[in-house]
Structures are given as C-alpha cells and as structure tokens.
Design a protein around this ligand. Structure first.
Ligand SMILES: [Zn+2]
Ligand SMILES: [Zn+2]
Ligand SMILES: [Zn+2]
Length: 348
C-alpha cells in the first residue's frame, strides 16, 4: 500500500493549523469550481474549491474556536467556518447523501496543493450572468448552469448593460453593503475602478482562496456610499459641498459602517483587512499609507451585468506578487496568468 499523503494547512495568524492524512488512491480528487452566489458572498472570492477530508473529525485541541455561518441550499445545510482572528475561510461542512457530515478544507490554506485536485469544470454559472472567473481560469473546461448537467449559456441582459447608476457590493448576510459611484472625473483618470489580482501569500492565507491570487476592486474612498447615491433619499456618505480635498485624509470609520466587521492588521500599523463578523466574508483592504483609497474583495459584486462587472471594473493584466503565487503552485499560478492575458486581450 502506498504511504498516506500528509497535508498541512494553516491560516495567516496561525490560530488555525491542521495536519491530515489522505489515502493516495483517492487523489487527485475530482472537483468543479463553485461559482454560486452564496460561495462568492460568504468569502469575497470569485469561486470556491475545497478539498474533501474523509475521516476528519475535529477535536477541540486542533485549533482555537472558529466562527461559523450556516445557510441552506435546497434541503442541505452548508456551514462555513473561518478564523476569528485573521478571517481565513477554513472549512465547509455539508451532509453527504447518506446523511454523514462531510468536512472540506479551502485549498488556499494548504501548504502544498500539488496533486490534490483534478478540476473538471465549473458549477453554478447560472448565478453569475457573465460566467465570472470561468472566463479567465480553466476557461476551456465544462461549464454547468447548476451543479452539473445542463450546460451554461451567458445571459447578461445587453439592454441593461452599463445602465446601473452605481455598483453594489455586499456580503452574504448584508451586514456589509456599499455602493460605488463613478470615480470623480476631476480626480480620477478612469471612469471605472481598478480590478486586479494579488498573488501575495498574505492575501491567500487571510482568505483561503483557491485561486492563486486574490482579486480586489480599488478606488477613491470618496466614491463609496452607504446607500445608492442616485436612487436613495438618504444623504450620501459625503456632503458634496464639503467634500474633502484629495490630500486631506478621510477616516474609514467616518465613511463606512464598520460595526459589523472585524479588523485584522496583517502588517502591524500598516495594512488592515476587514471581514464580516456574521458570515465571514473578506470585505476590505486598507492601508495607513493611502487613507483615501480603499480596496474591496471582488467577490462581493452584486450586479446584473455579471460577476466581473466589466462596465464598472477595469481588470488589469498584471498579477501583483506573481512570484508568491508561483511559489505556492506553479501550475495554478500560470493557469491564471495565461487565462488573464487571453481574456484581457479579448475584452480590451
Ligand atoms: Zn487566523
Ligand atoms: Zn456578512
Ligand atoms: Zn496581496
């Protein structure tokens, strides 16, 4: 008998770590990348890919207590859990057809993902309108509307494309919800927000992202509103008459309602990352060095134009810290890089 494949995993802050043995005859595990709305908004990622952990039974000695959130898809409850300190998305707990609890671990936390997964296609693209990240990553694999079965066809309603007055971002439980208005043309070179993948190890370990780089939407804090700026009678976040000059620092706390979020400093005194206390979604990246700029996790987009919201988002070809992504998984990193190059070229 072949020796067991040992996997080790940990989150960014180290409160969670795991060592587990997998039967090599079960590897690589066949999987589809899940693009469903629930997976995207519970994580802030564009898609989710967990590794099944047969024979895993957590004990209280394994790690610090995790936070969790349960939703029901159909009749089956799905519980996701995350590190209460750094926000890393850790387990997805479901029930198999025999009623047994099944544990799965987000791929991004595993130290060496090589040989674990055989990605066969994309599921729940019906939730995305535009196909989401299946346009970029493993774009030639089978694309299913639901779990499997019916093939998916793009359904972005062209008559509404670009008609929305704001871009809505929210987490699964809606404790976090903001609207972006077009960046002020006098202070921004583009009418779209920059969207870019970051391959750094920190981004992967505070999210558990299976995609080897984590996508962010970034722009000026002055374009962020708590309510839809054009349709709501509520005051915009900023009083336009008192809009602060670009160089005058705006505080994040005075702009956004952060009460439902936990903050984790991934670089002390410099970089703050916020995640939802209720559903666990990673939501904000903010640096002390650029107080008037903000970045949001791209999986939070709620737009009829589709998950990649190209009318609002200017997706960049370059992957930040690509060498980190490559060090984690050469195969996955290049799959993303090549796919992104082709897609950016085609949609330019
Ligand atoms: Zn942690
Ligand atoms: Zn939430
Ligand atoms: Zn990063």
């Amino acid at each position: 008998m072949d020796s067991m494949r040992v996997i080790t995993a940990h989150c960014h802050c180290g409160a969670f770590s795991l060592r587990h043995e997998l039967d090599p005859s079960t590897l690589p595990q066949p999987h589809t990348l899940c693009h469903c709305t629930s997976c995207r908004r519970r994580t802030g990622q564009l898609a989710v890919l967990p590794v099944l952990l047969p024979l895993y039974f957590p004990t209280s000695e394994d790690h610090a207590p995790l936070s969790s959130y349960t939703t029901c898809t159909g009749i089956n409850p799905v519980t996701t859990s995350w590190c209460s300190t750094c926000g890393a998305k850790i387990f997805i707990r479901t029930m198999d057809s025999a009623g047994q609890t099944q544990w799965a671990l987000n791929l991004g936390l595993i130290d060496d993902p090589k040989g674990l997964m055989d990605v066969r296609g994309h599921s729940f693209l019906g939730d995305t309108n535009d196909g989401g990240v299946s346009q970029i990553l493993w774009s030639s694999l089978s694309k299913y509307s639901g779990e499997d079965g019916d093939l998916w066809e793009a359904s972005v309603p062209t008559e509404t494309m670009g008609q929305s007055s704001s871009l809505h971002l929210r987490c699964a439980c809606s404790a976090f919800s903001v609207f972006l208005s077009r960046p002020d043309p006098t202070s921004s070179p583009s009418s779209r927000f920059r969207a870019q993948f970051c391959g750094c190890e920190t981004c992967r370990l505070v999210t558990g992202s299976c995609i080897p780089a984590v996508p962010f939407i970034s722009g000026p804090l002055s374009s962020v509103h708590l309510h839809d700026p054009l349709t709501s009678n509520d005051k915009p976040t900023f009083n336009p008459g008192k809009r602060p000059a670009e160089e005058e620092p705006i505080s994040l706390e005075s702009t956004l309602d952060l009460s439902g979020l936990s903050r984790y400093e991934s670089t002390q005194g410099q970089v703050s990352r916020y995640f939802c206390k209720t559903c666990g979604a990673s939501v904000i990246y903010h640096t002390a060095g650029s107080p008037n700029h903000i970045a949001f996790n791209a999986g939070l987009v709620d737009s009829v134009d589709g998950v990649l919201a190209q009318d609002w988002l200017d997706w960049r070809y370059e992957i930040l810290y690509f060498e980190d992504a490559q060090r984690w998984s050469t195969v996955l990193a290049w799959e993303l890089k090549d796919g992104l190059a082709v897609w950016c070229e085609a949609s330019a």
